[in-house]
Design a protein around this ligand. Sequence first.
Ligand code: ZN
Length: 291
Amino acid sequence: MDWDGSGVRGLLTNERYTGDVLSRKTCTLDFRSHKSVVNDGHKPQYYIENHHEGIISKEDFQRVQDILSQSVSTAKGIRKKTYPLSKRLKCTNCGANFHRQENPNGKVDWICSTSKKSKKLCKMESINEEQIEKLLKEGFYKRYGDNITTDGNRFKKQLMKELMNAEAARDREQNLLRVKLEKILIEENKAVIDGLETGPIKEKRIALEKQIAERATDWELFDRDEAFRRKALGKLKDLQGSVQSINRILDISFMRAWVIRIKIESPYLFTVKWIDGSKTVAGQFRRRYML
Ligand SMILES: [Zn+2]
């Protein structure tokens, strides 16, 4: 687990992942509409320890809870200067973040922090920021396909709509996954109580929990990017809707509003993960990397 990123927060603030379940935290009132409401006394509430096999230990859970409650008050004062790509470039070779490095000629490189320590630990090459921008732009073009080159005005509207709806879309997805998990847990609980086979339900639940954990890490990053979305929206508002004018504003800090993370395979091959969870591969596999 990546203890460095506070992405673990979304995962660890949910007691479910440790195997404990606060039963009937929400209870389904209307079975026809499947509307779930927070249990405020409609039904009894009880805490079941070790209800299912948790994916992290309770000790780890508590430790991170403690860290989290501290960091809220202290993080503000000690925040280091961050750049649009800070902590968003991941080395696929070793899993570390890329660090920014300013060269004497004024150009900026990004280098895998492990590889910076020693090439023996990770052989990932450093990447010029211009190259990152080029590949990110390629990814952006791939994401929007023909829309980007055919009708500038329509494309502008599409981008603005996406940014304006981003938070609502994130909340919708989160709620949907929560309700799904809730249903499976109720089903699993019932199977346990009725003495039925729980294997398949458990498998389903574990798969869903993995999906939620992954998205929770993404959402944590997404929530910190409000400023990028606001700025990009501002730029779009002032823009003429021509293809050329949009093309001109496609720099890293603008496109960053759509980016959750970039996984770097090599200086020539990236996978961009976007705010909606979709992924785009940019660049190409170079023959020399096969050797
Ligand atoms: Zn690396």
